[in-house]
Design a protein around this ligand. Structure first.
Ligand code: NAD
Ligand code: UGA
Length: 460
């Protein structure tokens, strides 16, 4: 039996480790966190994150070979392998503020491992980190003076929220980076063996540490770049009567381009895309590559443009004022099937409309509590309403900001009847049946397609 510890019970630690535990009954897994409320929630029937399929796996493994705890020091001492999945947000202070990764939680963890270890260990970077962070980790850990040896591996996580269980059960690839030394390669092999309990060998790839660390940032940068690319084209489509879905379909059939991640939207959100690209931008600047930095930074700039373009289009379409108008935001989560609202475009649109003094009502099947938290002081000016019909009641407009299936199943005749006329739908996800909505009487504004409007004077 190997004692495997995961430090950080957030979205990554909390959704990956139960799945690993379910496939490795021969090993013992502990997930620790300094956040007591979070650990208590993981131990309860009301898990702290909404992730389809995860409840069942946690219930199956918890108390058998999976345990949650706040006793970080004790479990460090007992562990053979330690995964570190603490948060690495964008720095908000000092050098690199607004771009560089804030490594304070990461370094604190390294020091805690150092202090509490009485045996040699494998330490695995699961968090997303700047390239060459493992070097700092190695230096801290191997300065222990206790004769202990630590092998640091990079094993970035590629799961997406909302599909975390599927992604972990059946990953496109597992990437493990290690040192090209005898003990480094032994450590890599130990991790390969763990994953081989359910992942086919050919999908477990190994690399040098720096390639592995950098691949994670690059994967997110490429994914986000595709969204910004199609969103840039969506703006052109709206000017030319081309349809962005048709364009995406036509180009995506080219195998070299591929069909995924070409859904035009109000913008990409989530805790990682922006953070990781800015981290990449900062690294390029630090290594004296300003042109490379500017190239990637544009992906984030385009995303901000798309979010603002959406909000400003709403104001312009509603006769240049939304002051005092009730507007129902359908969706707060940054994507469907998660309760996560970090960097959600829905909240950006909300902030922009509040600036215009609109009366905002937010409805979302799972993310209302997080939306309230993330909006901070502004939440006082927002109504939160779990029932979408009630949210739309008396509203001038609906803005669809998260692609929840629930929103496609509403009776839009009923919704329309309860709204102020002319009634508007701004579909930031191209989720709904626009033709049908138009026939009901709505003025419909999709992304990257001509608007369907009854307001004749506005057509030109
Ligand atoms: P999160 O904020 O949800 O969770 C991090 C957890 O670490 C928190 O619960 C925090 O309390 C805990 N923590 C911080 N310092 C600690 C310490 N010293 N000891 C014990 N616990 C500590 O973050 P997340 O979304 O899980 O992301 C974690 C990392 O994984 C980030 O680097 C992120 O970029 C990366 N990542 C995230 C995703 C995702 O889908 N969210 C996917 C891939 C990679
Ligand atoms: C993303 C990556 O997909 C994961 O591989 C990675 O592990 C993770 O970031 C991370 O490092 O945190 P995630 O952010 O959870 O996962 O979700 P995505 O499915 O990538 O969606 C991100 C955002 O892009 C969402 O707001 C989504 O609505 C938007 N999106 C996605 C589009 O607007 N269009 C698309 O075609 C696809």
């Amino acid at each position: 039996m190997t004692n495997i510890l995961c430090i950080g019970a957030g979205y990554v630690g909390g959704s990956t480790m139960p799945i690993v535990a379910s496939h490795c009954p021969q090993h013992r897994f502990v997930i620790v966190d300094i956040n007591e409320a979070r650990i208590a929630a993981w131990q309860s029937d009301n898990l702290p994150i909404y992730e389809p399929g995860l409840d069942e796996i946690v219930h199956r493994t918890r108390g058998k070979n999976l345990f949650f705890s706040t006793e970080v020091d004790k479990h460090i001492a007992e562990a053979d392998i330690i995964f570190v999945s603490v948060n690495t947000p964008t720095k908000t202070f000092g050098q690199g503020a607004g771009k560089a990764a804030d490594l304070q939680y990461w370094e604190k963890t390294a020091r805690q491992i150092l202090e509490n270890s009485t045996s040699s260990k494998i330490v695995v970077e699961k968090s997303t980190l700047p390239v060459r962070t493992a070097e700092a980790m190695e230096r801290i850990l191997n300065s222990n003076g206790k004769g202990l040896h630590f092998d640091v591996l990079s094993n970035p996580e590629f799961l997406a929220e909302g599909t975390a269980v599927r992604d972990m059960e059946n990953p496109d690839r597992v990437l493990i980076g290690g040192r090209n030394t005898e003990s480094g390669q032994k450590a890599v092999e130990a991790l390969v063996e763990m994953y081989a309990n359910w992942v086919p060998r050919e999908r477990i790839i190994t690399a040098n540490l720096w390639s592995s660390e950098l691949s994670k940032l690059v994967a997110n940068a490429f994914l986000a770049q595709r969204i910004s690319s199609i969103n840039a084209i969506s703006a052109l489509c709206e000017k030319t009567e081309a349809d962005v879905s048709e364009v995406a379909h036509a180009i995506g059939l080219d195998n070299r381009i591929g069909k995924y991640f070409l859904r035009a939207s109000v913008g990409f959100g989530g805790s990682c895309f922006k953070k990781d690209i800015l981290n990449l931008v900062y690294l390029c600047e630090q290594y004296g590559l300003p042109e490379v930095a500017a190239y990637w930074e544009q992906v984030v700039t385009m995303n901000e443009y798309q979010e603002m373009r959406f909000a400003l289009n709403m104001v312009a379409s509603m006769f240049n004022t939304v002051a005092g108008k009730r507007i129902a935001l359908f969706g707060a989560a940054f994507k469907a099937n998660t309760n996560d609202t970090r960097e959600s475009p829905a909240l950006e649109v909300c902030r922009a409309l509040l600036e215009e003094r609109a009366e905002i009502v937010i409805t979302d099947p799972h993310a209302i509590e997080n939306a309230r938290y993330d909006l901070g002081e502004l939440a006082k000016r927002v109504t939160f309403e779990p029932d979408p019909y009630a949210a739309a009641n008396g509203a001038h407009a609906i803005a669809v900001l998260t692609e929840w299936t629930q929103f496609t199943q509403l009776d839009y005749e009923k919704v329309y009847a309860a709204m102020v006329k002319p009634a508007f739908v701004f579909d930031g996800r191209n989720l709904l049946d626009h033709k049908k909505l138009y026939e009901i009487g709505f003025n419909v504004y999709p992304i990257g397609r001509p608007a369907l409007t009854h307001l004749l004077s506005e057509v030109e």
